[in-house]
Design a protein around this ligand. Structure first.
Ligand code: F6R
Ligand code: MG
Ligand code: MG
Length: 378
């Protein structure tokens, strides 16, 4: 799109992902899926549905990053993403890739991609004079894996120096937290309510940070998010375990928001997340470069990539492969040590998830076989 976006025009960024086939197994995305996705999105850019796009891959997940002016939950943009995944599924079937079409839980598109299998993070906001935007994509984990890093970025003075020393960040931020079991949400202010907020988001398999907003009275509009996280729970949609909820997030930075380096610093600690091997194990989240975003050891360990952009009238200038940096080597080393330590537990908790979190995996079927063997203890 060449024409200039009007001043104060709102841009929407949509990051929509799905696993439509892995190679080999659940390790990575075949290049021909990336190619077909680029072709489909290029057509949409020519027809001016999209301003710009990038296709990325994290583990076995195909990631569509799109900018446009249609707002969040736009049916045409969602249909485009759906049709792109369907086209990629066709290629995946032809190549007999593993789990072709795995995350497409419906036969036909019905207005909004939510609840149909793919995950999405979207934000609509007024593009600033300079607008840094970071896209995070994780594989072999769950939406709650973003709780700790997003909390650190926007609420922890240990992580984000700006909360302490920049007057434009000093008032803190407003968090939108979702209870993904009960389908309810609560808005909470940081720093005033961080103890209560931590009571929720520390339980990351149930309470997830959905969005973060600037507060009223600051230099940024309080109704335009600074961060958004995908919160789809595939097993809840499908009723049984069909794969991972591998989440994505978008984060805006600088000038009244955490600096790019503060946002990235939140990933310097490889915290334990669930979703490793068969969606059933805890393991460290390892920040890696695009080229290392292949899940190998024990189908993991869980990984995160970061793609950095400047927006220019909706154009996505980038990406910069932000974890392709020796500054994250020590995090990766630590993650490797933790991975080794956790693996040595074998089938035992807390490497394996607690039983209640295994409810939607294949374990209950194994347990069923033992049912008749239990006798009362006198
Ligand atoms: C998939 C994943 C993998 C699989 C595992 C078994 O995202 O995390 O660890 O769960 O490879 O896969 P199936 O059951 O397809 O053989
Ligand atoms: Mg897969
Ligand atoms: Mg995946």
């Amino acid at each position: 799109m060449d024409e200039k976006i009007e001043e104060d025009m709102k841009i929407t960024v949509s990051l929509i992902k799905a696993d439509v086939g892995g190679y080999p197994g659940h390790a990575s995305v075949h290049p021909s899926l990336i190619e077909i996705a680029k072709k489909e999105l290029e057509k949409a850019k020519k027809s001016q549905l999209l301003i710009d796009f990038h296709v990325l891959a994290a583990g076995d997940d195909l990631e569509l990053l799109m900018s446009h002016t249609r707002g969040c939950d736009n049916s045409e943009v969602h249909e485009l993403a759906w049709n792109t995944f369907v086209a990629a599924t066709e290629v995946a079937k032809e190549l007999k890739l593993y789990g072709a079409g795995q995350d497409l839980l419906s036969d036909a598109f019905s207005g909004n991609i939510k609840g149909m299998g793919p995950g999405s993070a979207e934000m609509e906001f007024t593009e600033r004079k300079a607008e840094p935007l970071l896209a995070f994509m994780m594989d072999k984990t769950e939406p709650g894996a973003f709780n700790l890093p997003v909390y650190k970025m926007f609420a922890s003075p240990e992580n984000t120096a700006g909360l302490v020393i920049d007057p434009s960040c000093h008032n803190g931020f407003r968090f939108e937290v979702w209870d993904i079991m009960e389908h309810k949400r609560v808005f909470m202010n940081a720093p005033e309510e961080i103890y209560s907020m931590l009571a929720l988001i520390g339980a990351k398999s149930r309470y997830v940070i959905k969005r973060v907003y600037p507060k009223e009275g600051g230099k940024l509009p309080a109704d335009e998010p600074a961060a958004a996280v995908s919160t789809e729970k595939l097993y809840q949609i499908a009723g049984e375990y069909v794969g991972k909820d591998d989440p994505v997030a978008l984060v805006r930075g600088q000038s009244g928001l955490p600096a790019v380096g503060e946002i990235l610093e939140a990933f310097s600690f490889p915290h334990l997340v669930s979703g490793w091997m068969r969606g059933s194990h805890n393991g460290p989240l390892m920040p890696v470069s695009f080229k290392d975003a292949r899940c190998t050891r024990f189908d993991g360990p869980p990984r995160v990539i970061a793609a950095g952009f400047q927006l220019s009238n909706g154009r996505l200038i980038g990406p910069v492969d932000l974890f392709d940096d020796p500054a994250f080597d020590c995090t990766r080393r630590k993650a490797q040590e933790i991975a080794e330590y956790m693996r040595r537990h074998g089938a035992f908790e807390p490497h394996r998830l607690p039983l209640e979190d295994m409810e939607y995996t294949t374990l209950p079927k194994v347990m069923d076989k033992l049912k008749g063997r239990f006798e009362d203890i006198a």
